[in-house]
Design a binder for this molecule. Structure first.
Ligand code: KG4
Length: 332
């Protein structure tokens, strides 16, 4: 099956064509990072306007790169949610128009499912599976008994981890997006500063807002006392505390669910080098489980992952009709 996938849930307009859920025939990503950098974060209204400008160009480009016409496409998959509502509407409307004009089936896709199935571009997934989705909008631990069943075991109670990276980077005046900048800075530092340990009630839940405020308080205290501190050490301390929060929950799940065969990671924060080291440490500790972190090109938002998730959703008969709409808080 050849699926054209469309993704527009945040600040990337992306279109891809994928064959049989494995072979990428084309992948176009128009990033808006440069525009949002000026504002220090994504401005939803600006993002949706840019999606409107980019979407048709990306569709045309994806078809051209794959050397295909719309007639050769078997179905259209599109991110229905979650995400920024104005942004989602642009992708959904474009998908509906293509489906209507070319008489193609329409498949609504969940953004988190996309991040999880991105892994199947590089490896065959084994079930039961545990997925860690960490991005600017999500921090979730998802248990999948089989291919199309999703159970959220844990999630953030406040900020997503990527959001915390971006906000801490703003405090340190590093620019947007903050994740890659803190990642680089932390490599030159040591996690020597003690920051507030997150507190949550749910056994597998996360929390990052107290940690983020802890960094701000730390900087203010130092400034007030006219004391210096090393930004590299503060970045390393923040990163280590945040990732320890994540990985302590991952280990709890691995211990409580001994049937898990495969652990996968998805979302922009999976590009983080320290996170990748921590997955390696887990691999050594749990040799019976398969561990996969996707390559960089499918960690951050892209449409290959939406086409792949569309292929799987199609198998279980998921279809969108003419009244399909974006849903900013769509449950998986
Ligand atoms: O998945 P994504 O492209 O977009 C959504 O949020 O859906 O993720 C973007 C997030 C941003 O918060 C960015 O700072 C973070 O991923 N990120 C990273 C790294 N690269 C991107 N966070 C930590 N370390 C990185 N190397």
């Amino acid at each position: 099956m050849i699926i054209l996938g469309i993704e527009s849930s945040c600040d990337e307009t992306a279109v891809a064509i994928v064959k049989d859920g494995k072979e990428i025939l084309s992948s176009v990503v128009a990033s808006q990072i440069d525009v949002h950098t000026e504002f220090g974060g994504v401005v939803p209204e600006v993002a949706s306007r840019i999606h409107v400008e980019n979407i048709s160009i990306c569709i045309e480009k994806a078809l051209k790169e794959a050397n295909m016409t719309m007639e050769q496409i078997d179905a259209i998959a599109v991110t229905k949610g979650p995400g920024l509502i104005g942004c989602l509407h642009v992708g959904v409307q474009a998908a509906k128009t293509l489906a209507f004009a070319f008489h193609k089936p329409l498949i609504p896709v969940h953004h988190l499912a996309g991040h999880i199935y991105a892994n199947s571009l590089v490896v065959d997934l084994k079930y039961p599976l545990l997925a860690l989705v960490v991005s600017g909008g999500n921090s979730e631990l998802v248990y999948m008994k089989d291919e199309h069943s999703f159970e959220i075991l844990g999630e953030t109670q406040d900020d997503a981890i990527g959001e915390a990276y971006d906000k801490v980077a703003r405090v340190l005046d590093l620019g947007y997006p903050g994740g890659p900048k803190i990642d680089q800075l932390a490599k030159q530092g040591e996690p020597i500063y003690s920051l507030p340990q997150p507190k949550t009630e749910g056994k597998y839940d996360f929390s990052f807002s107290g940690l983020k405020s802890g960094v701000l308080q730390f900087v203010k205290r130092k400034e007030k006392a006219h004391e210096t501190f090393k930004m590299e050490d503060l970045a390393a301390s923040f990163q280590e505390t945040a990732l320890n929060e994540i990985f302590s929950r991952v280990e709890r799940v691995l211990k409580d669910y001994p049937d898990i065969q495969h652990f996968v990671v998805g979302g922009g924060v999976s590009a983080n080098s320290r996170l990748r080291e921590k997955v390696e440490e887990l691999r050594q500790k749990y040799p019976k489980i398969e561990f996969t972190v996707p390559p960089m090109y499918c960690c951050t938002d892209n449409a290959c992952m939406i086409a792949v998730a569309g292929e799987i959703a199609n198998k279980v008969g998921r279809r969108g009709s003419a009244d399909l709409s974006g849903d900013s808080s769509w449950a998986i």
